[in-house]
Design a protein around this ligand. Structure first.
Ligand SMILES: NC(=O)c1ccc[n+]([C@@H]2O[C@H](COP(=O)([O-])OP(=O)(O)OC[C@H]3O[C@@H](n4cnc5c(N)ncnc54)[C@H](OP(=O)(O)O)[C@@H]3O)[C@@H](O)[C@H]2O)c1
Length: 265
């Protein structure tokens, strides 16, 4: 992996990332280097991590995993290790069959003084989530994996709220859980370093509300055509909300790992 913006210094190892091993097998100095480059500021900060094809597709056959590669998975893991909480919309939790975050080999050091893993927080109106699945089921608990958080609304069926409260911390907002209310609720639990992994509906709401501080966007070296969804599902964005400043670009095996922050910050 090499940096192509803003400087020309190489990252961690002089060699490109090998093609096969997963993030847990990567050398510690490279992970430390990435952790330093992606360090959160010491204040409430909302970061999104998304991936798209060169022509803007956010999913292949309904999931984003088909766009990913070794370097993207490595950065995905490092970003999770740095976060206090991982926020996703229920559409993503369902489509990607979300489970609880599991620690990588170097997480104990990267998360020293904090919980072993960050909780997954799911935003949902309908609370149509599998209570026996990888995130909320009995088998998902244990091993110090963080208890999930459900951010829902009064529209959710009461029986589902009661059932979910047995396996997750459930926060019920008003008739709609605005993105600001969701972020406030997470901050109220002490989670200042917020990582959202989408999806497009949630990301569109965060951008529209002016709540997104940073977008980490991987550009995958493939073309997917026009059938796929994009990374933001909002018909239009308010003027002035969408300006970004490029903060960093890494390259690995044709993948671009970009980091944009809100313009002016
Ligand atoms: N390219 C990438 O990086 C990336 C990342 C993530 C996901 N994806 C892809 O995106 C697709 C899913 O997209 P999506 O837009 O449906 O996902 P999403 O944004 O994760 O989820 C939308 C759902 O979130 C809930 N929600 C959103 N806003 C809410 C609010 N204000 N209050 C309460 N609940 C709210 C609703 O859940 P309920 O329906 O339960 O009420 C809504 O249906 C999948 O294909 C996935 O693979 C791509």
């Amino acid at each position: 992996m090499r940096e192509i913006f803003p400087g020309s210094a190489r990252l961690g190892t002089a060699d490109p990332l090998p093609g096969q091993p997963g993030a847990a097998d990567q050398p510690g100095d490279l992970i430390d280097e990435l952790a330093a480059r992606y360090a959160y500021p010491d204040r409430l900060w909302v970061r999104a991590n998304m991936i798209m094809s060169v022509d803007g597709a956010g999913a292949v056959a309904g999931r984003s995993g088909g766009l990913s590669g070794v370097a993207d998975r490595l950065v995905f893991s490092v970003l999770r290790s740095l976060a206090d909480v991982i926020l996703v919309g229920a559409g993503t939790a369902r489509a990607e069959n979300y489970g609880r975050a599991r620690p990588g080999n170097l997480w104990p050091r990267l998360r020293a003084g904090r919980a072993v893993t960050p909780p997954i927080a799911v935003l949902t109106r309908r609370l149509d989530l599998d209570l026996r699945g990888r995130l909320l089921g009995d088998d998902a608990a244990g091993d110090d994996l963080a208890r999930p958080i459900i951010l829902t609304t009064r529209a959710a069926p009461a029986a589902k709220v009661t059932a979910a409260a047995k396996v997750a911390d459930v926060i019920v907002g008003t008739d709609d859980m605005s993105p600001a209310a969701a972020i406030d609720a997470l901050a109220g639990l002490g989670h200042k370093k917020i990582l959202t992994e989408g999806g497009p509906t949630l990301l569109g709401q965060l951008v529209t509300a002016g709540l997104l501080d940073e977008l980490c966007l991987t550009v995958s070296p493939v073309l997917e055509g026009a059938q796929a969804t994009r990374i933001i599902a909002a018909p239009s964005l308010p003027p002035g909300q969408a300006g970004l400043r490029l903060a960093m670009v890494l390259e690995d095996a044709g993948f671009l790992l970009t980091r944009y922050v809100r313009a002016g910050s």
